[in-house]
Design a protein around this ligand. Structure first.
Ligand code: HEM
Length: 527
């Protein structure tokens, strides 16, 4: 393979070779001149201390072309508003809310793998995990229904087709104009139309849900306000009656947290008789409905707001305007772009690494069997899966799904012996930093032990699968927990073997993918 073909096939591996020859900072020209920074302290400057001078430029223009001004590429107030609203939803603390969707989707995943195991078949790992992560994103973040899930694949495949064409356009240096009737341009236009249609449907649904929620909340408010001043029950500890205002607050809290199913159903069906049936139960005192059965996971999820509904309910503080359809389109695209392949690839690479590490697999199976013993993970199981987490972290070191990021310098500057020109593209190769021999002992060895509790934490700029700084991944901790749950569920039930064992190979475009993908045989793991 020539240097150039190696670069285009897997620029991450190619950069690793260059780093060995050229050191921690070097320039290369492939199409355009790029400065590569491969030392944690240089990277720290670009991402944190000196970050005001470095923006998402260059390659991100291609992405902007496809995604619009979503959270991934936007800047300034538009970016910070989207990020602020998204962050709580994507935090690890929110895992509890994603758990019902996660368990449901893990169940579906294992069902399809059961079919494969019973027919002694082979699996396309990346494909099945990609379907899993797509379904999960739709269910847990966007609250898509089962029928919508089928359409989500259209978004990601259309996005891939558009990204490919936009990249070609960028590399053509202006020759490949979008209006030219080339097959690639036609494919990209069709892809854009399909993607727009599906997302528009999801947005209308989210707007309808948000409107229904607003009406319901107003009715709840009116109903609660119209209650007679009931003394309420006695507080079990103090013996004092709960005041009416407290009653109301607690009623509201209960209603909004989906505990009072009967009233919720009545509010939703809006028939006068249902209202009449429900109203007395509101007046009977607090705490309403504590003795009622908890609603099902499905019902619980139905009452939480999706990310998009939350965005619709939070108008711009300066203008008072709701997010426009264009902004919502960009939000959907950004979430699918950032969350879909990354999660699927993390679990795919973890399973592929295990094919080559039988001792690690044994230790992992022992832990998973102890904690899960054949059932789906529950929230409280996940912190106990400590070795599984180490396996995920080590996989993210060796095969970071996003192997490099780039920034563009606004102005010229010099720091730590490196000179940067105005407008220059800086590449930060995570793949190289994760294998830097000065920061990692035996970097080419898959060794989850390096993330053990007795080991020192790695340098945060030598290990950053989720990047560092203000543009780092807002879903970092959550994504690791989900990957842990998924890996544990699979390893507990299934044993994978490669049909043609050989070294793991990758290709890197935007993401780092197994290439060629080994054919993997799935069997039930003996108990
Ligand atoms: C293991 C899985 C994941 C990995 C390795 C990962 C990694 C990354 C990295 C490296 C970036 C910075 C990219 C850049 O600056 O070019 C990023 C940004 C981002 N990620 Fe993730 N990610 C993962 C999962 C997710 C998930 C599940 C979501 C949510 C749907 C998500 C949402 C985002 C968003 C919104 C950004 C843009 C942040 C900003 O610019 O402010 N990621 N991710």
């Amino acid at each position: 393979m020539t240097r150039l073909t190696r670069f285009f096939h897997n620029y991450a591996e190619d950069t690793l070779h260059y780093h060995r020859e050229m050191g921690d900072a070097f320039e290369r020209r492939v199409g355009m001149r790029t400065l590569y920074l491969c030392h944690p302290r240089l990277v720290e400057h670009v991402l944190t201390t000196g970050s005001a001078n470095y923006v998402k430029g260059g390659a991100y223009r291609v992405v902007r072309d496809v995604l619009g001004e979503g959270v991934f590429v936007s800047t300034g107030e538009l970016w910070s508003r989207q990020r602020r609203l998204l962050a709580p939803e994507l935090s690890a603390a929110h895992l509890e809310h994603h758990m019902p969707a996660l368990r449901e989707d893990l169940e579906l995943l294992t069902q399809s793998w059961n079919d494969c195991a019973s027919s002694q078949g082979a699996l396309d790992l990346e494909q099945t995990l990609s379907e899993f992560s797509l379904r999960l994103l739709g269910h847990s973040l966007l609250h898509t229904s089962e029928s919508d899930t089928a359409k989500l694949g259209v978004i990601t495949s259309s996005m891939d087709a558009k990204l490919e064409q936009s990249t070609k356009r960028l590399l053509s240096g202006g020759l490949l104009q979008p209006w030219l009737p080339t097959p690639g341009n036609v494919r990209a236009r069709v892809a854009e139309q399909k993607m727009t249609r599906v997302i528009a449907g999801l947005i209308s649904q989210a707007r309808r849900n948000a409107q229904e929620r607003r009406l319901r909340d107003q009715r709840v408010q009116a109903l609660v306000d119209s209650q007679p001043p009931a003394p309420g029950p006695e507080d079990s500890q103090t013996g004092y009656a709960i005041h009416r205002s407290e009653c109301r607050d607690r009623t509201r809290a209960l209603l909004s947290s989906a505990h009072h199913r009967a009233v919720r159903l009545a509010l939703r069906c809006e028939s006068p008789s249902a209202w009449e049936d429900a109203a007395p139960s509101l007046g009977k005192g607090c705490p309403f409905g504590f003795d009622r059965p908890r609603p099902s996971d499905e019902d619980e999820r139905g009452h939480q707001q999706s990310v998009v509904e939350r965005m619709l309910g939070a108008p711009d503080p300066r203008t008072g305007l709701e997010m426009s359809d264009d902004q919502l389109h960009a939000l959907y695209r950004s979430l699918f772009f950032t969350g879909h392949a990354t999660l699927a690839l993390t679990v795919t690479w973890s399973l592929l690494c295990l094919l080559h590490a039988p001792l690690v697999e044994n230790q992992l199976v022992a832990e998973v069997r102890r904690v899960l013993a054949g059932r789906l993970p529950r929230l409280e199981d996940i912190p106990k899966l400590t070795y599984t987490r180490q396996v995920v972290l080590e996989t993210l070191r060796m095969f970071p799904p996003i192997p490099a990021v780039s920034r563009e310098a606004r102005e010229a500057e010099s720091f730590m012996g490196v000179s940067v020109r105005a407008g220059e593209t800086i590449t930060i190769p995570l793949y190289v930093l994760h294998r830097h021999p000065r920061f990692w002992a035996d970097p080419e060895r898959f060794n989850p032990g390096r993330f053990g509790p007795d080991q020192p934490a790695p340098d945060p700029f030598a290990y950053m699968p989720f990047l560092q700084g203000e543009r780092s991944c807002p879903a970092s901790s959550l994504a690791v927990l989900i990957a842990v749950a998924c890996l544990a569920t699979i390893v507990d039930r299934f044993q994978l073997r490669a049909r043609n064992p050989g070294p793991l190979r990758a290709s890197a475009k935007i993401c780092l993918r197994p290439d060629p993908a080994p054919e993997v045989l799935v069997r039930w793991r003996p108990r």
